[in-house]
Design a protein around this ligand. Sequence first.
Ligand SMILES: Cc1cc2nc3c(=O)[nH]c(=O)nc-3n(C[C@H](O)[C@H](O)[C@H](O)COP(=O)(O)OP(=O)(O)OC[C@H]3O[C@@H](n4cnc5c(N)ncnc54)[C@H](O)[C@@H]3O)c2cc1C
Length: 456
Amino acid sequence: MSTDKKVTLIGAGLVGSLLSMYLAKRGYQVSIFEKRADMRKAGYVGGRSINLALSHRGFNGLEAIGLAEEIRKVGIPMYGRVLHQANGDIQYQAYGKEGEAIYSVSRGGLNKKLMELADENPNIHITFEKNCIDVDIKNGICHFEDMQTHEKTTVNSDLILSADGAFSAARLALQTKSERFEYHQTYLDQGYKELTIPAGPNGTFLLEKEALHIWPRNKYMMIALPNLDGSFTCTLFFPFEGEVSFNALKTREQVTAFLTKDFPDVVALAPNVVDEYMANPNGSLVTVRAYPWSFEGKVGLLGDASHAIVPFFGQGMNAGFEDCFELGKLMDLHQDDWKTILSEFQISRKPNADAIADMALENFIEMRDKVADQKFLLRKKIEQKISKKYPENYISKYALVSFGTAPYKDALATGFKQDALFEKVLAIPSIEQNWDSPETETKIEHLLKEFGFING
Ligand SMILES: Cc1cc2nc3c(=O)[nH]c(=O)nc-3n(C[C@H](O)[C@H](O)[C@H](O)COP(=O)(O)OP(=O)(O)OC[C@H]3O[C@@H](n4cnc5c(N)ncnc54)[C@H](O)[C@@H]3O)c2cc1C
């Protein structure tokens, strides 16, 4: 590329805004083009979750621009999950070791903060309401349409980076204009709808504040994450079609009957929940797998543009921030050689993107279904005990994903090994009664040796 180090960046979402600062730090002049109006003035009109879970990989990405601690302060730590079972039982499962938490953060708040910092940087310029409608990948030309005037403009550059989300315009250009581009998109037959449990008197939290709440109901579930104002944003993950589904619940009466039967404690805390159900849109959940993520060192995809995943591991944004971190390392290694940077990036990152896509899909089953299963709850109890006893040797898949930076693909592989181990542990006769006994402990120790978790 030329020595004046100019980059066109499509999308000022979570990943694009952060990425711009990684680039500016390394001397690039970054021009960002964002489809939406400036959310700092127009307010955040997301259409996606109001809050999200930020974990270690995300903080690691933010740390490189010195933002991790500031965001941690405005996040709410969630140290574990509270399960609200159908029979009214409530159970708590810690996510990790003492002090380990994932953080509930405001999507709009985080995006605005990242944008604000990008805007303060003299090397970054953001233009709003410019919709990228096409990319000429061979000649490095982006075509934009103004969202207000519909005026069309073009921008030429040596390097185009695209962080324009799951329906990326640059990815579409790669798909239609390059050879042998792989593309795979799948929707879940479940969608989501956001609801609110408001704050109690004086901004008090009406549920346990420092936890992620789950109401598992087998074929569907509700979750809730806390907000700073004392409210909780609930998300109902629910089939689009079928006997009990978005499609089947048409009237206020049907919705009231359904919510009162399956989520009576939520209805008791959220007086407007039926109104909200009727008014709020249904979102869909897509997984996108694509490859390659670049073209001749001139065009590169990051974040959801290259790997959109379902939200059940709370990792989409975290993976996108990790993309920035990994790209930063390659920029330092290969300076301005973008052909090498983008090639190495996609080769190392793609297997990890696939792994977290798989784990996110699998975690849906765990959250809506398995967490109501006694065997599964027993496994969690035993797993906690093992993790505590062998903190260096046994780290659960959840902790590897959420509290560490080991490649996602390694976490997935370790998870398979842990599943195989637990098949044997849970087959120990009378394990339900004796899981905590010294004899069982010895048997588990043998199994840990057999599976190579500890030396024997
Ligand atoms: C219900 C739900 C809950 C989630 N919860 C979590 C969670 O708890 N933790 C987590 O880590 N992740 C979560 N995610 C995933 C997370 O939202 C995404 O991974 C993250 O937003 C990806 O960031 P991005 O910047 O790549 O894409 P986006 O956030 O989609 O941003 C893309 C940006 O590009 C702009 N843009 C789009 N098209 C164009 C165009 N043609 N021209 C110009 N600009 C364009 C958009 O306006 C937007 O600003 C969740 C997702 C959903 C749907």
